[in-house]
Each structure stands twice: as structure tokens, then as C-alpha cells.
Design a protein around this ligand. Structure first.
Ligand SMILES: Cc1cc2nc3c(=O)[nH]c(=O)nc-3n(C[C@H](O)[C@H](O)[C@H](O)COP(=O)(O)OP(=O)(O)OC[C@H]3O[C@@H](n4cnc5c(N)ncnc54)[C@H](O)[C@@H]3O)c2cc1C
Length: 539
């Protein structure tokens, strides 16, 4: 019997710790497994530099830990697809998942979609997001170097992130709604003796505002009703970091999957939801402790319980064992791990044409780093050539250093990286080369047409920081738009080397897209969202 190429034993929605653990268990049991992840493999924990409470590993980073899980799952044969699941039919024996990269089917599904930071709804929150209001200390903390910040929340994440912010901020003030912290004493005790930290219990943030950047915030003591206002010193600004819990990523999941009043999915002790063949794992579930250790435990329990259901379905529906591709170490996304050079080779081999890089240098040390980077790249493949550009008129207009990505015939592609594309931007830079060399990353027909039909020239500047885990998606999307449309230019700037742009555009958060030097848009954007923005259909 011929089986559908897109049929899997198990599809896991979400590539965070819960999804990765489920993939390890199920793939190791030799089932055909697909993990669908809409953003970065690794989930929320990738924004944390320091994990010290995962048993057996004294200290690690979120990215490091989940990269290992990712490789482990791949080594057992799990496949990874970078796509967003938009809709699902989960009630029949064969589940159907509609993703941004096509329709996939499975005998079992594990929902491991995690949670997102909760917006508080105070006056000014939306307006000043990216201009002082932030949700990720690792991503945006350094923008508040030497400034005061307020941390809103009294839970585990608030305390950990607030402590992290002391690295940059001159003062960190905790605003806690209750009369005490809601995390374990061992965690909140870490704040004691920290000179830069002040705590206001029984206090709420009512609103914040200013001209372009935050200038003031208003607070209320919830016991006495007394209100007070904080004002930044003249000509300066400050930050508000909100860590007020999470909302489960379930709004898009059909109501046939049972949930509690907050939207967290209800499961039994085997992680099974109310639907046969549908399990849930990790932060998306109703549970008391949302941590990596419990997420991976849920994933393992869900996978091993689901195994029996899948086996029964094979028998009942007469479906033969599904063909598994041989275990591989290469996913659609991962190029940046231990065997990076070997993996890059796989990408370069797919290049349809070679690419030429024109580098524009100045006399700063970072220009030396650009040359070292070029030398490294050129050693790896003959599909990439490069030259130092003469600083002529075109060079004088540029912000230097920069790497201009050109086609095989040296014609401009519209993509340029200002700085050295290391850290989290290495992946996206290689993707830019792949998109210019062809065939490039797949893109939906509708999005492709939208980009091709753009009539006016559009310049996108993407301001990034190399430690930002949310930046690469926006960078890749802008670059893809430039690779598809000759009307679009995508220029990336590592703010560490171009701090003047932060001032010029009044930016306190990355990723930040600046369209035609006017419209400023913050946050992670996929290519469909970028196409909508460029076509004037969003924002
Ligand atoms: C700042 C911070 C610090 C933390 N520190 C620690 C710590 O030190 N120790 C610890 O144990 N825990 C820590 N945690 C908690 C830990 O990160 C979570 O408990 C854990 O990541 C939960 O894993 P998960 O797989 O359930 O969900 P997530 O990590 O949230 O992963 C869910 C994934 O699903 C994807 N997804 C969602 N919807 C879709 C869709 N429709 N299609 C495709 N993909 C989708 C998301 O993009 C995401 O990658 C921290 C969390 C934060 C935010």
C-alpha cells in the first residue's frame, strides 16, 4: 500500500523543550516524526543566557541546551519544518494540519505550543513598546545601560530578569502588585544586598508616556490608593520591563480541544487531551510549574503514551510502517552547531549560482573582523567570491563597514549587512546568500506575487543586535523580500557598531524595521508579514 508522503506517525506542534523531548522519545522508537516550529527551534528558553536549575547540568544557556536537544532528536531521525500551523482538524483518526508550508497529516499530534508574555494593558503600553516598554531583558537590556528601569512583576521570571538587568541599568525598581514576591524564597533572596535594586510591594503601574521616548510613569499603592509619578531626569529616558506571566499559545487552536478559563489545555496524567490521538505538553498545559524540567517530562510522557495509540491505529486502519528518512543531523533551519562547516557544505552544494560579496571597509577594528570573516567563508566554498570595494562616491554614502551581497554577475541583490554577521545573525546571513544564489527558501505563492507586484522602490533598514534571538526572523524576511523583488533593498545594521542609528530613530528594542526612513516597526516578522507591510496592507 502506497502511503501519503506527508503522512507522519506523529506531528509535534512547537519546537521548544516539550516538543523536542517528545521528538527524541518518539523518533528513537523508530516512528516517523515531524516537528513544526514557527520561529526559533528551542522555544522561549532560548532568550535566557543562564539556566542553573536543570538537573545534571550545573550551568548552561537556553540556546545551548535546546540546540543539543534538537541535534539529539535529529540524530534519532526526527524531521523539522519551519512553518506556522494555522489550522487543524483533530477529530478524525487521521489528523490534518494546515501550515504555512502546506498540509501535513498524522496519526497523532502533540501540542507543545508554549506561552507568550502577557501584556498588562496599562496606558501607553502599546504605544511605547520598543521605545522603553520591553518584555525580554536578554534582548533589550543593553539599550538601558546607565538608565533606570522598572521591572513589573514579582514572579520567578521578573526576579531573574531584573537581576540580569542590573548588569546594565543604573537602578532596577521592582513593582510588585502583592505584598511579597510570588516565587520561591531562594529565588527572591538573591535580590537582598543588591545595591541597585529597590522594591515597591502593593504597587501597580497605571500608565506611562512621554514625547517620543518614555519620560514618566504613574504608579498606585493598592493598599492606600496613593498615587505617585516617576519622572526621568531632563533629556533622559528609562525602561519598563514587563514580566507579568504568560498567556498560553492556544487562541488559534479549535475549541474542540478542552482548556481551562485562561486557555491552558487540559490533559490527563498521560498528557492526553479530551481528543483521541491528541496530546499536549509543556507550558501550554494546565500545571503548577512551568519550567524546562517539567516541559521535557511532559513531552516524554506524551510521546510514550501516544506510541500505543499510533500502534493501534496502524493496525485498525491497515497502514503499513511509514517510511522514515535516515536519521540526519541536518534540519531545514539548523546550520549553527558543532559540525557547522559540514552542515554549511550541504547548503553551499545546493547553490544554483555563486554569489559575490563586495565589502566596504573603514579603518575601525570591526573592518578587520569583516576581512577575517570573508577569509573564513572563502575557505569553505568556491561558490562565494569577494572583493574589497574602492571607497568611491557610493562608498562614502554608505555606513561602514558593510558586506554587499551581489549576484554571480556582480549585480547588486539589494541585500547588505553592516557589521559582521556573527552570533544569531550568522544563520540569516547564510540564508541571504542561499536566497540570492537560488533556489532559496520556499515562499508561499501569494506572498511571492505580493512582493513581485510592488511598484515603488522600498528601502528596509533592520536594526539588530547579535545576541537577539528574535532578530533573525525579521532579518531573513526582509532579505527574502529583497531577493524576490528588485524593488526592495534590505540593509541590516548591527547596532553595536552603529549606535548613532539608535539615537536617530529613537530605538530601544530590536529587531526594528525602518521602512523608507519613516515608518518604524518593532518585533519579529515573518516574510508574509513583511510582504503585507511593504504592500501597504499592514501597519
Ligand atoms: C526569560 C525566561 C527565563 C526562563 N528561565 C528558566 C530557567 O532558568 N529554567 C527553567 O527550567 N525554565 C525557565 N524558563 C521557563 C521555560 O522557558 C519554559 O518553561 C519552557 O520553555 C517551556 O517549554 P515548552 O516547550 O512548553 O514551550 P516554549 O518554550 O514556549 O515553546 C513553544 C514553541 O511552540 C512554537 N509555536 C507556537 N505556536 C505555534 C504554531 N502555531 N505553529 C508552530 N509553532 C508554534 C513557538 O514558536 C515556540 O517555539 C524561563 C522562561 C523565560 C521566558
Amino acid at each position: 500500500m502506497q502511503t501519503d508522503r506527508n503522512l507522519y506517525d506523529l506531528i509535534i506542534v512547537g519546537g521548544g523543550p516539550a516538543g523536542l523531548s517528545a521528538a527524541i522519545y518518539m523518533a528513537r522508537a523508530r516512528y516517523r516524526v515531524l516537528v513544526v516550529e514557527k520561529s526559533d527551534i528551542g522555544g522561549q528558553i532560548t532568550i535566557t543566557d543562564e539556566i542553573v536549575n536543570y538537573p545534571g547540568i550545573e550551568r548552561t544557556g537556553g540556546k545551548e541546551l535546546t540546540e543539543k536537544m534538537h541535534r539529539q532528536a535529529e540524530s534519532f531521525g526526527a524531521r523539522f519544518l519551519i512553518a506556522e500551523v494555522k489550522d487543524m482538524n483533530l477529530t478524525d483518526d487521521i489528523k490534518v494540519l494546515h501550515t504555512t508550508k502546506g498540509v501535513y497529516k498524522a496519526l497523532g499530534v502533540i501540542l507543545a505550543t508554549g506561552a507568550n508574555p502577557r501584556r498588562l494593558g496599562f496606558e501607553g503600553e502599546r504605544e511605547f513598546q520598543g521605545r522603553g516598554v520591553a518584555y525580554c531583558a536578554t534582548c533589550d537590556g543593553e539599550f538601558f545601560t546607565g538608565l533606570e528601569v522598572f521591572v513589573i512583576g514579582g514572579g520567578y521570571a521578573a526576579v531573574e530578569e531584573g537581576l540580569f538587568l542590573t548588569k546594565y541599568a543604573k537602578k532596577v525598581t521592582f513593582i510588585v502588585r502583592k505584598d511579597r514576591f510570588s516565587c520561591a524564597r531562594t529565588v527572591s533572596d538573591k535580590l537582598e544586598g543588591e545595591e541597585k535594586i529597590q522594591v515597591h510591594f502593593d504597587t501597580e503601574l497605571i500608565g506611562a508616556g512621554g514625547e517620543q521616548m518614555l519620560e514618566y510613569a504613574r504608579f498606585r499603592n493598592s493598599r492606600t490608593g496613593e498615587e505617585w509619578t516617576y519622572k526621568a531626569a531632563d533629556g533622559t529616558t528609562f525602561g519598563i520591563f514587563v514580566f507579568a506571566g504568560y498567556v498560553p499559545n492556544t487562541e488559534w487552536i479549535g475549541k474542540e480541544v478542552a482548556r481551562d478559563e485562561q486557555g491552558y489545555l487540559l490533559t490527563d496524567e498521560n498528557q492526553k487531551t479530551n481528543l483521541d490521538g491528541v496530546y499536549a505538553a509543556g507550558d501550554v498545559c494546565v500545571k503548577n510549574l512551568r519550567q524546562v524540567v517539567t516541559a521535557v517530562s511532559d513531552g516524554a510522557v506524551a510521546a510514550t503514551s501516544l506510541e500505543k495509540d499510533v500502534e493501534n491505529l496502524h493496525k485498525r486502519l491497515g497502514i503499513p510502517q511509514l517510511h522514515r528518512e535516515e536519521p540526519s543531523r541536518q534540519s531545514e533551519q539548523g546550520f549553527l552547531n558543532d559540525d557547522i562547516k559540514q552542515q554549511l557544505q550541504g547548503i553551499f552544494d545546493r547553490f544554483e549560482q555563486s554569489v559575490h560579496l563586495r565589502v566596504w571597509l573603514d579603518d575601525r577594528p570591526v573592518s578587520g573582523e569583516v576581512i577575517d570573516f570573508m577569509k573564513e567563508l572563502e575557505k569553505m566554498t568556491d561558490k562565494i567570491s569577494w572583493e574589497k570595494a574602492e571607497i568611491d562616491e557610493a562608498g562614502i554614502k554608505r555606513m561602514l563597514p558593510s558586506i554587499e551581497v551581489c549576484r554571480e554577475d556582480k549585480a547588486e541583490s539589494g541585500i547588505e549587512f553592516h557589521g559582521v554577521p556573527g552570533g544569531h545573525e550568522f544563520n540569516s546571513f547564510i540564508m541571504a546568500l542561499y536566497n540570492v544564489a537560488g533556489p532559496g527558501q520556499e515562499i508561499e505563492r501569494e506572498v511571492f506575487d505580493k512582493l513581485q507586484n510592488l511598484e515603488q522602490k522600498i528601502n528596509i533598514k533592520v536594526l539588530v543586535s547579535l545576541s537577539c534571538t528574535m532578530c533573525p526572523e525579521t532579518v531573513m524576511s526582509a532579505q527574502k523580500a529583497a531577493a524576490v523583488s528588485d524593488k526592495v533593498e534590505a540593509e541590516m545594521y548591527d547596532l553595536a557598531h552603529f549606535p548613532e542609528l539608535k539615537e536617530k530613530y529613537k530605538v530601544m528594542s530590536v529587531p526594528c524595521m525602518i521602512i523608507n526612513d519613516e515608518k518604524i516597526i518593532f518585533g519579529k516578522k515573518n516574510v508574509a508579514e513583511v510582504a503585507d507591510i511593504l504592500a501597504g496592507q499592514a501597519y
